[in-house]
Design a protein around this ligand. Structure first.
Ligand SMILES: *Cc1c(COP(=O)(O)O)cnc(C)c1O
Length: 373
């Protein structure tokens, strides 16, 4: 079987997502894990990730972790909360629920505040939970809930958890880091997690954690697994610049190139601008065709959009998906639990012109299936 990239379809999905040709080309090498060049590459990636969050060593440290993004979230939850600690997990979607599941698997004492998928977390309730339970040591929240595209107010959550209640704050910023400016220098966030194949536009293979150093030091000896121990992983990286176990060398080469391309684009603000333009093009065209977003406009972020299934007897998602796919466009099924939706991602190496082309294909499909709204 020959696999030709010439036939690759743009991925309007929240991961894996479309990467540039040059990012893929950067992988056409085999580097040894002890290679001087590779060790420097890892060092440089860690430094540049800290800079994207507007922080630097030694106050903050960057840990790279093999695996998909969930591995890094699990690494933080299972390494940060001590055996006698307690987690407050805030959830308003599938990724918040995943954090709750992680805590459960590791038998971490947990209290939850779960909100509907079309609502931001209720911060007055979070405030009350923290005021009423001194046992809570850590709070975990998802920044951009990829279930819906809802972005929660990080600064307000940080002010509450850290400044008012002095608890450790863990943020899953998987689908937002690099696509939304996030300034960690306020000191409110202790651990923030993202991965290679989201807004930085690298290929899948690893996740990364930016940790406040003092919070990271507290993790020593807490880990509930060998391979997902963030303190041990960090120590390994610091000691000789190497991963403890086989590193994803090709992903790291691609990621380094992706960081260069982010810089050339003009940094996170410029990338957020492009994703914002993608988003505006998308929703204007979809609304014109009669599609409706799941979220209220004031809760909707610019990274991913959930659209409701159109209330028309001729609409059928499987067929809609297949017809778009046949035309060369890949969208994503929904993940919302209480409504039928599909999702379209605005992130990855996509430009407004890609969305104009997608919209034309949606319009054509709408006519073919006969569900004009
Ligand atoms: C993509 C994503 C993850 C990680 O998913 P993986 O499939 O493990 O890479 C976690 N949280 C959020 C909010 C995400 O968007």
């Amino acid at each position: 079987m020959t696999i030709s990239s010439a036939n690759d379809k743009p991925l309007f999905t929240p991961g894996p997502l479309t990467t540039s040709r040059t990012v893929k080309q950067a992988m056409l090498r085999d580097l040894g894990s002890r290679d001087f060049e590779f060790v420097n590459l890892v060092k440089e990636i860690r430094r540049r990730l800290l800079a994207l969050g507007n922080v630097a060593a030694p106050d903050y440290e960057c840990i790279l972790m093999q695996g998909s993004g969930t591995f890094s979230v699990e690494a933080v939850i299972s390494s940060a909360v001590p055996p006698d600690g307690k987690l407050l997990a805030i959830s308003n979607g599938a990724y918040g629920q995943r954090i709750i599941n992680i805590a459960k698997v590791h038998k971490i004492e947990t209290t939850t505040r779960v909100y509907p998928e079309d609502h931001k977390p209720n911060l007055a309730e979070v405030d009350a939970a923290l005021a009423g339970d001194a046992a809570i040591t850590h709070v975990a929240v998802v920044h951009s809930e990829t279930t819906t595209g809802l972005i929660s107010p990080l600064a307000e959550i940080g002010a509450l958890v850290k400044r008012k209640h002095s608890r450790r704050l863990i943020v899953d910023a998987m689908s937002s880091f690099g696509g939304v400016p996030i300034d960690l220098s306020s000191g409110d966030i202790d651990f923030i997690v993202s991965s290679a194949n989201k807004c930085i536009e690298g290929v899948p293979g690893f996740g990364f954690i930016i940790a406040k150093r003092e919070a990271l030091m507290e993790c020593e000896g807490n880990a509930r697994s060998l391979s997902l121990d963030i303190h041990a992983q960090w120590k390994g990286l610091e000691a000789n610049g190497q991963f403890r176990f086989t590193p994803p060398t090709h992903s790291l080469l691609a990621f380094h190139q992706a960081l260069d391309e982010l810089e050339v684009e003009g940094g996170v603000a410029a990338r957020a601008g492009r994703y914002g333009d993608n988003y505006k093009t998308l929703i204007a065209g979809m609304r014109e065709m009669g599609f409706k977003e799941y979220l209220k406009p004031e809760d909707q972020g610019h990274l991913i959009v959930s659209f409701r299934y159109p209330p028309h007897p001729n609409f059928n998602f499987e067929e809609f998906y297949r017809r778009l796919n046949d035309k060369g466009y890949v969208i994503y099924p929904g993940k919302v639990s209480n409504a039928d939706c599909f999702r379209i991602g605005c992130i990855g190496r996509l430009f407004p012109s890609d969305f104009t082309a997608l919209l034309a294909a949606v319009r054509e499909t709408q006519t073919e299936m006969g569900f004009e709204l």
